[in-house]
Design a protein around this ligand. Structure first.
Ligand code: PHE
Ligand code: NA
Length: 461
């Protein structure tokens, strides 16, 4: 209980269950919740999209998270070797480790642009601290953001700084300290978000924002929007690239996989919804465009910080906390490739972290240029579905909407059709009806749902 944990502060508090939840929420809660969720919701018309996203979290994300954690704990090794190990024990094709390979590549591609956005947050710490938001109009705040995007050198500088932070922690293998910090910083971020929601309530548009978010209008939902909701569920929960598998290998046997996974899903979803409730009242109150795209929070939150009492302080703190949230997620994106280089190529940790980080950083330059010099360059624009998508958009699209759901689909098929049922009953230790519910979901519902969304989008293309 909380009381015994409190009196035990030190040892008891940092039980492995708690450590798992910290690492998993550290990975899950990040830019996906605060930057991406509001803008994809705005682009896809609100309520109906949010409903599909919530459905994807509960009916697809949660069961797959449980499957990943289960596979990790059962295999007890790094993701690639866990899959190989389980496959070998059961005499199955070891090429199942391809799931791990998708994860390694997806993490690498995601981090390249994730770090660029992390860099925006770094840049906004300075803007907030120097009072640049105070009393500004929506136009002035918009100007500030456009001039940041128009300046490749500044973007490069902050992207480099963010990437260096990630590489540093991965190279030194010192995650534990940062993860403990998460147990203080994440609640602090949550409180600050609540403060912004409190401010948002005074704008007079809170009701409109709430109905935008929670009153589904299905005429606004497109097939492509459903794919984005599905992909975002994977992205926000850090699923489909074996991150949760890696963490699961550290989870003690007597701890409930279902309960801990549910906790992570609830925290992650709570942060995203709070971000939505903080941002949309400001959008409507200032006559901004909900579908403004990736810049949405950087054009709205500064308005709130510019108008609320002690806004410079709150704004500075907020963007610092956002950097921490993004940092812990960034680490979990780089970790798989570094582990892979260590295991498969026999490289040491420092070299592989520096090497992988460097290549990722270099790839990030393409995303930076997509925001300015190459903003009109749509390399795959001849494909209807990818019309007008810059390199940055394409990286986001392929990783979140294709690679992660595909990775998750393979995890579901592996758990549902390959692993022995008995092993999974043992690991999950659920009541019979609950186990069956999970099992039917990973066996049938998840593969059919993901498959259907894919096929519909291909046909539409
Ligand atoms: N879940 C993280 C976020 O919401 C991003 C992430 C995706 C991290 C996949 C790891 C793996 O920001
Ligand atoms: Na998230």
């Amino acid at each position: 209980s909380a009381a015994t944990e409190g009196s035990n502060a030190g040892r008891g508090l940092w039980s492995s269950r708690f450590a798992f939840i910290l690492a998993a929420t550290g990975s899950a809660v990040g830019l996906g919740n605060i930057w991406k969720f509001p803008y994809v919701t705005g682009e896809n018309g609100g309520g109906a999209f949010v409903l599909v996203y919530l459905l994807c979290i509960a009916a697809i994300g949660l069961p797959i998270m449980m499957a990943e954690v289960l596979i990790g704990r059962r295999g007890g090794r790094s993701p690639v070797n866990s899959l190989k190990q389980i496959a070998k024990q059961q005499g199955i094709n070891p090429s199942w480790r391809a799931v791990g390979a998708i994860g390694v590549i997806a993490g690498f591609l995601i981090l390249s642009f994730y770090s660029v956005i992390g860099g925006w947050a770094v840049s906004y710490v300075g803007s907030a601290a120097s009072g640049q938001f105070t009393g500004q109009s929506a136009e002035a705040i918009g100007e500030l953001f456009s001039s940041l995007l128009a300046d490749p050198m500044t973007l490069l500088m902050w992207h480099s700084l963010f990437m260096a932070l990630v590489v540093l922690v991965v190279a030194k293998g010192v995650r534990a300290g940062l993860e403990r910090a998460v147990s203080i910083l994440m609640p602090a971020l949550f409180l600050l978000l609540l403060a912004v929601v409190g401010f948002a309530m005074t704008t007079g548009e809170f009701g409109r924002a709430a109905s935008f978010l929670f009153q589904p209008d299905f005429s606004k939902l497109t097939t492509a929007g459903v794919l984005v909701a599905l992909g975002h569920a994977f992205f926000t929960l850090s699923l489909g690239m074996a991150v949760m598998m890696a963490y699961g290998s550290y989870l003690p046997k007597d701890i409930s996989i279902a309960k801990t996974s549910i906790a992570v899903c609830i925290i992650d979803t709570g942060v995203a919804l709070l971000a939505g409730l903080a941002i949309f009242p400001i959008v409507f109150a200032n006559g901004l465009e909900p579908g403004a795209g990736p810049g949405l929070i950087f054009q709205t939150l500064p308005l709130a910080f510019g108008q609320m009492p002690m806004g410079s302080l709150f704004g500075t703190l907020f963007f610092i906390l956002l950097i921490f949230a993004a940092w812990t997620s960034g680490i979990s994106l780089l970790e798989p490739i570094v582990e892979w280089l260590e295991e498969q190529k026999g490289m040491n940790r420092t070299t592989s972290a520096l090497g992988a980080g460097f290549v990722c950083w270099a790839l990030g330059i393409a995303s930076i240029l997509s925001l300015n010099l190459w903003s009109g360059f749509a390399p795959l624009g001849w494909i209807t579905m990818l019309e007008g998508k810059t390199i940055f958009d394409l990286l986001d699209f392929f990783t979140a909407n294709i690679m992660l759901p595909l990775g998750g689909l393979l995890v579901a098929v592996f758990a549902g059709w390959i692993m022995s049922r008995k092993a999974m009953e043992e690991e999950l230790a659920l009541s019979k009806p609950m186990f069956n519910l999970w099992y039917v979901t990973v066996r049938f519902i998840t593969p059919v749902a993901v498959g259907t969304v894919f096929v519909y989008n291909l046909v539409g293309a």
